[in-house]
Design a protein around this ligand. Structure first.
Ligand code: NAP
Length: 476
């Protein structure tokens, strides 16, 4: 179903997206497949709704967002199982994502009450300067499949709190979860047209958003390649853009680190969501003196990870999203192997009987990895952990920063001065210090360099949905 102007509808063509479970290959459900016409209708609805939503009080914005958050909270179990069936992450992770998604709604429901302006001392006694913060207008939002609910609420919540209206296109792999978010807002009584959901052809829907002068802002989460293309397209109508793109996170372990904690952190960061997160570790840098110790401890623990259907209890790593994703992971492993890497564990997709219908890949650790290998500079987006070594702090920083990406990075050390020194030197939007899971609703999430533009989360995330207006008064 599509959700346009407060109504659930099918697409004009009657076509549907077929959603398959990556763990079983079974059909999970159908979702209406929209295109240009539906996107135009949704933009029109959002433009009309904007006229009243922008004037609605912060308290009313709060009440709608909070009500939707409460409904999602009540529906956590049901929606988490849709997430797991649609994209594979284990049920416990899906529930964790639900909590994060709801946190964004709770946070921005409140934050909307604190959109303050300024008064500034004027340059003449008869003049006054007042600065207003106003919503930017209709927002076009595009989201990926790997966090099918948190990426939606991280955009919808600040947009609504700022007084903007939204047209959202969710990833074609995960439209069913998106529908649940819109159901919650519908049931919360949100006025018609304030948020609209058009799933379907990316080319047509996003193309229509990009071309429309009515859409004043684009917020995109996805690959760097598509992000760059959208920035180019945004120039035609001079839209404000925020881009949450790919990453290539370094995970640095100094010899003074708590090794057990570092191994646990590396495993969580690397294998959560089967390695399909933008902030997941792509390069592990271990100080040479502890390389062997670290690698064998990590291999021991990785062998205990249970790969399987995320609906089964005890499963820690679910399937990858599709065959293409598995091929990329395999390509990175093969390339590294041919160039001299050794496979400490895993290394291939899993073909045993219980795995044959799904996209299961063995959690993999590679040693003797060099910076000539693809895995050292391309985002793998899969459960493959390459271990590099370094000798000095300076070298670790230099290697960690040697990438066009700049989203998340991690370091493990007990040295307080080093935490600051290295934390300040890492060219990343996020630095986890003895912390492999830093994302929270109240902090700014986002990258530098080719990992993106803008931030989502906390008081920073609402900025992207607001404009400043300068009122100058001459009182004479
Ligand atoms: P993707 O292929 O870029 O797709 C993301 C969204 O863009 C989907 O809704 C997709 O629609 C749409 N899209 C695809 N091609 C398009 C085009 N040519 N024009 C307009 N829209 C287009 O990325 P993905 O595979 O879903 O997600 C994985 C990537 O997202 C990784 O690189 C990951 O690092 C990044 N990511 C970043 C963050 C962050 O916060 N920085 C968070 C999560 C993921 P369809 O699904 O219909 O193709």
């Amino acid at each position: 179903m599509l959700y346009i102007n407060g109504e659930w509808c099918e697409s004009n063509s009657g076509e549907n997206i077929e959603v398959y479970n990556p763990a079983t290959g079974e059909l999970v459900g159908l979702a209406a497949k929209g295109g240009e016409l539906e996107a135009e209708r949704a933009i029109q609805a959002a433009s009309e709704a904007y006229l009243s939503w922008k004037k609605t009080t912060a308290k009313e914005h709060y009440m709608y967002i909070k009500r939707a958050a409460d409904l999602l909270r009540e529906r956590t179990d049901e929606i988490a199982s849709i997430i797991t069936k649609e994209m594979g992450k284990p049920l416990s992770e899906a529930k964790g994502e639900m909590n994060l998604a709801i946190d964004y709604l709770d946070w921005y429901a409140e934050e909307g009450k604190r959109i303050y302006g300024d008064t500034i001392p004027a340059s003449a006694p008869n003049k006054r300067i007042v600065i207003l913060r106003q919503p930017i207008g209709v927002v076009g939002a595009i989201t990926p499949w790997n966090f099918p609910i948190a990426m939606l609420t991280r955009k919808i919540a600040p947009a609504l709190a700022a007084g903007c209206t939204v047209v959202l296109k969710a990833a074609s792999a995960t439209p069913l979860t998106a529908i649940e978010v819109f159901k919650a807002f519908h049931d919360a009584g949100l006025p018609k047209g304030v948020i609209n959901l058009v799933n379907g052809s990316a080319q047509e829907i996003v193309g229509t958003m990009m071309a429309s002068p009515k859409v004043r802002k684009i917020t995109f989460t996805g690959s760097t390649e598509v992000g760059k293309e959208l920035i180019r397209q945004s120039a035609n109508t001079m839209k404000k853009v925020s881009m949450e793109l790919g990453g290539h996170a370094p995970f640095i372990i100094f010899e003074d680190a708590d090794l057990e904690k570092a191994v646990e952190g590396a495993i969580l960061s690397k294998f959560r969501n089967a390695g399909q997160t933008c902030v997941c570790t792509n390069r592990i840098y271990v100080q040479k003196s502890i390389e062997k110790q670290f690698a064998s401890l990590m291999a021991e623990k990785v062998k205990d990870l249970v790969v399987g259907n995320g609906m089964q209890s005890g499963v820690s790593v679910g399937p990858m999203i599709d065959k293409k994703a598995m091929e990329k992971a395999q390509e990175h492993i093969d390339d590294a192997f041919q160039k001299g890497a050794t496979v400490l564990c895993g290394g291939t997709q899993l073909n045993e009987e219980e795995y044959v219908n799904g996209n299961f890949f063995a959690p993999t650790i590679l040693c003797n990895v060099t910076h000539k290998m693809k895995i050292s500079y391309e985002e793998t987006f899969g459960p493959v952990a390459p271990i590099f070594t370094f000798e000095t702090e300076e070298e670790a920083i230099q290697l960690a920063n040697n990438t066009e990406y700049g989203l998340a990075s991690y370091m493990y050390t007990k040295d307080g001065s080093r935490m600051f020194r290295v934390g300040e030197a890492l060219e990343y939007g996020i630095v986890g210090i003895n912390d492999s899971l830093p994302t929270v609703a109240q902090a700014p999430f986002g990258g530098i360099k080719e990992s993106g533009v803008g931030r989502e989360g906390g008081k920073y995330g609402i900025e992207d949905y607001l404009e400043y207006k300068f009122l100058s008064f001459d009182l004479e």
